[in-house]
Design a protein around this ligand. Sequence first.
Ligand code: SF4
Length: 695
Amino acid sequence: MNQTFRPRIAASACPHDCPSTCALEVEVFGGRKIGRVRGAEDNAYTAGVICAKVARYAERVHHPDRLTQPLRRVGGKGSGQFTPISWDDALDIVAGEFVRAEQAHGSEAVWPYYYAGTMGFVMRDGINRLRHAKKYSGFFSTICVNPAWTGFIAGTGKLAGSDPREMAKSDLVVIWGTNAVNTQINVMTHATRARKERAAKLVVVDVYMNSTMQQADLPVLIRPGTDGALACAVMHCLFRDGKADWDYLDRYTDAPRELAEHLRTRDPAWAARITGCPIETIEAFARLVGERKRAYFRLGYGFSRSRNGAANMHAASCIAAVTGAWLNEGGGAFHHNDAIFHLDKTVIEGKDVRDPQIRMLDQSRIGAILTGDKAALRGGPPVTALLIQNTNPLSVAPDQETVKRGFARDDLFVCVHEQFMTDTAQVADVILPATMFVEHDDFYLAGGSQYILLGPKLIEPAGECRSNHEVICALAQRLGAEHPGFTMTPRQLIDRTLQDSGWGTLAALEANRWIDCQPDFATAHYLNGFGYADGKFRFKPQWPEVPFGRAHGTIEAAMPQLPDHWDVIEEADVEHPFRLATSPSRGFLNSTFTETPTSLAKERRPEVMIHPDDAAPLAVATGDLVALGNRRGTVRLHARLFEGVRRGVLIAESVWPNKAYADGRGINTLTGADAIAPFGGAAFHDNKVWLRKAA
Ligand code: SF4
């Protein structure tokens, strides 16, 4: 009997939108059930540690509310009234609607819309194969990485940096713009090791005293969108105090003397006025950076959420070049390792049949696109049919009221392939039940470290759930779309992509569980030159020419020539005296995990943190229902008084489902969808709002 219930331990990888992409060990009971999930001890980055929400993943896989059969809407749009149908009927309806849309307006009227609900390449990116084969509208992903990636690449010339495991060998770890305790716990593993083994100092820069900042030796609390000013003041001090490494600057950087001259006026007093951070804290930060050559700057996605985010990321990344920290093991800067993997996804994405004339539509502008904004539609036809996989735009996209208006259109057909009844599934015409990562084969890349990992199918799908790949191939067959990828299995696609990319075979990956793609020290630290043709780090980037591979058009803006505070954020004004950031919660990951009991119990309810001195004149106390508003809409949620924010700053940890708010309006009612320079993005932490006690 005991033999029967003893689980086997299977290797896997976390599929979620988290830079760590942990190597997992999953308890598997028979062919249908998983138990505990643990981090692989022998993976040098995961090092046996994973977050609590994935450790209890069985809650998600075996959740009673999972979607397990195809559904067709029978009530009005958004009524939540659906009836079960067969897979054949569901796929026939979807294919029929796509054909109808194409016949009425051309192929670009169909928009396959997806994102990072799974980061597996087969299941996430296969939708592009259908899009290319059918010439459907293209999808320009902007909602997350663009400003941050562009800002980092602006300096280094490519998206890669010092080995993240080197944090453990640092004398100073600077965690800037990422609440790692909430969003990528493994950063803390390596930072903590440095503190224990080397007495390293930990500096955390963020916009509230979050779980990560609470562990810092030096917390640097700034107003949202003012990182550029802080970075400039730190560099001012380094030049002023003789801590700049001029040998390094002359050899490896483009305009060091111009930078030093430019920074003369950007002193800590100037930065204190902008950031709200005391002069003494800025001086202390600069002293640590100047004294500790092994300084590792771990720069996160917080930068991406401001209108000046690219400039801020670039400014922060410049500090390591001023001190020459790149020369040392345990020194340098890191954001993401995208450039080291050189994956060739032609067969998965059907890039070989892509028509470059087909328009690319901006993911973050979905509200404007669905409500017929001509510029957002790029002068083309309306979108009248959507296929949505791995994302929940009605909850996570900015400018939510406009998004809702778009989805309410009677002439819009929406198919949502999902795991749960999300806000977006609620407004679908057809819902298809989707597998989870342990129910299908896929492979993953750990951009926050350096691994390619396999996540094999471990158990049978729940109910009638089908994988993204199965759905895409079934639709392709009905729509007459042709590409070899439609007849390959996920395992064949993985094997082919690995081989096309020069990373061996699936069999080898399966045997070894992961591939360590870390380049050698000199390459990772740019000792042979940075990514530009002249090998120089750019203090003075040509913004429109930054080699950001995902660019699909440049947003015109007078970006700063040298690191600076770029004053384009949504500043508070008389009518909107607060600035709101919608920071990530610990229990959720975007809108995922908002259904698991332990996450819900931990997060309790949507709240907004407000400084007690701001709350007092408004007669607001912890637990009061308050309304936040701006020209985009109004949201009601509960207040929590919190001293760990600057005056005038509000923090609402997210992303809760819309129904969790008093009026069914989610936090993204307040966020803007205007595109961020230079290559798009969404400014989720950059919102001016008013706050009132609600009735
Ligand atoms: S820390 Fe990130 S990658 Fe690791 S298990 Fe949690 S969500 Fe997944």
